[in-house]
Ligand binder design. Structure first.
Ligand code: S3P
Length: 435
């Protein structure tokens, strides 16, 4: 298993790029596959998760070519996918399985089975299956229809007025895609605003969508034309470099071309409130998504407070925020983050265990956890539970810890394949060992 070893590193400096956004890369592939014509996707994220979506689509009869840095997709039309001969593999990717379940359940008569790795096979699927069944979908899964593998017999769906209990962009997107295939109108109301990349893509591609507060409305279509995409850098990957810059003394880091979608920037807002020196240097737009350069400097931080409606806009950044909190003064509180228990690992457990193992102080509370800082961290070997965001968060903790921090690094290719290289480029003391 590949591992990385990190040692204390002061004064990280430089200008770097992060790879393309994971959520937008998945969606650009799916929406290009369903379009009519050919689309080029620039700055696509070549990570395990997005390659899972790509392979599923290829097995559904979509022609996808990788040319240098551009991905070329030949759309088959919204009802043009072919029944796959074998089981589809979503790997570790919740976005792949949930969005494709929405799509495949709406293609009459097509039979598919979709599964994933041991982490994905534990994750809850009823949240997407139940509402799809209300539209007439026929889906079966393990554990009372909650876990993959899922068997799907496509059907002519009917519109439905969905009121979701959890704010989930994956569920919302699955239902909006199903809504494009369903008779009548499909409404989706979420309890708080989750990332809205699907909605922006609908707008960019000219697909039907109306918004009223937290309710979205769409309806059946016959087809749409392909359009090229430029994928902004992933703010969830930039988050680790932001963390590194903030906690490693003497640092000043610029991260270029990062997606700044308002439904993804909760981490920046929360950190600024704690006194973080974070600046947006310039901003522009591509495919309805705002993009900018972020400058971060080492900062003395007040406690971090995360709770309420801002949570969906920083949910993937909680692990790195927890590491930053170990270096902030006083008690940092993370509430309303129970969703972390059903991500790639039980992230609350992984965060609390890891911080305590490094000599910091963290404890689980109802619906979340607290971190007491500032702590002098001690290098340790951390259990990442094979979760990419846990591995990268503790690698960043290693930059301010005494001694050596060791984390499994295989999982990092899920979302940020050149993480080690970028940290090294900034002057981080990091090496990868393949054992
Ligand atoms: C994602 C949505 C989020 C996020 C995940 C990616 C997406 O999950 O945590 O990493 O691409 O739609 P939810 O579906 O819980 O919002």
């Amino acid at each position: 298993m590949k591992k990385i070893v990190i040692k204390k590193s002061l004064s990280l400096r430089g200008e770097v790029l992060v790879p393309g956004d994971k959520s937008i890369s998945h969606r650009a592939l799916i929406f290009s596959a369903l379009s009519e014509g050919e689309a080029k996707i620039e700055n696509f994220l070549f990570s395990q998760d997005c390659l899972s979506t790509m392979n599923c689509l290829k097995n559904l009869g979509v022609n996808i070519e990788i040319l240098e840095k551009v991905v070329k997709v030949k759309g088959v039309g919204i009802r043009g996918l072919k029944e796959p001969e074998d089981v589809l593999d979503a790997g570790n990717s919740g976005t792949t399985i949930r969005l494709l379940t929405g799509l495949l359940s709406g293609i009459p008569n097509m039979f598919t089975v979709i599964t994933g790795d041991s982490s994905l096979r534990r994750r809850p699927m009823r949240r997407v299956i139940d509402p799809l069944m209300n539209m007439g979908a026929m889906i079966w899964g393990r554990n009372d229809n909650n876990n993959p593998p899922l068997a799907i017999r496509g059907n002519q769906l009917k519109g439905f007025k969905h009121i979701l209990k959890v704010a989930s962009a994956q569920v919302k997107s699955a239902l909006l895609i199903a809504g494009l295939l369903a008779e009548g109108e499909t409404w989706v109301t979420e309890p708080a605003l989750s990332r809205d990349h699907t909605e922006r893509m609908f707008e960019y591609l000219g697909l039907p969508l109306e918004r009223e507060g937290l309710t979205l409305k769409t309806h059946k279509i016959e087809g749409y034309k392909a359009k090229d995409f430029y994928i902004p850098g992933d703010i969830s990957s930039a988050a680790f470099l932001i963390g590194a810059g903030l906690i490693s003394e003497g640092s000043s880091v610029v991260i270029k071309n990062v997606g700044l979608n308002p439904t993804r920037v909760g981490m920046l807002e929360i950190l600024k409130k704690s006194g973080a020196k974070i600046e947006i240097l310039k901003e522009w737009e591509a495919g309805k998504e705002p993009i900018g350069d972020i400058k971060v400097e080492f900062s003395e931080l007040e406690p971090i407070e995360v709770m309420g409606d801002i949570v969906p806009s920083l949910i993937d950044e909680v692990p790195i925020l927890a590491i930053i909190a170990t270096q902030a003064k006083g008690k940092s509180v993370f509430k309303d983050v129970e969703e972390l228990k059903v991500k790639e690992s039980d992230r609350i457990k992984a965060i609390v265990n890891g911080i305590n193992k490094m000599g910091g102080k963290a404890e689980e509370i109802d619906g979340g956890f607290v971190v007491y800082g500032p702590s002098k961290l001690i290098g340790s070997e951390i259990d990442t539970f094979s979760d990419h965001r846990i591995a990268m968060s503790f690698a960043i903790a290693g930059l301010v810890a005494e001694g050596e921090t060791i984390v499994e690094s295989e999982s990092i290719s899920i979302s940020f394949p050149n993480f080690v290289e970028v940290i090294f480029q900034l002057g981080g003391n990091i090496i990868e060992l393949s054992a």
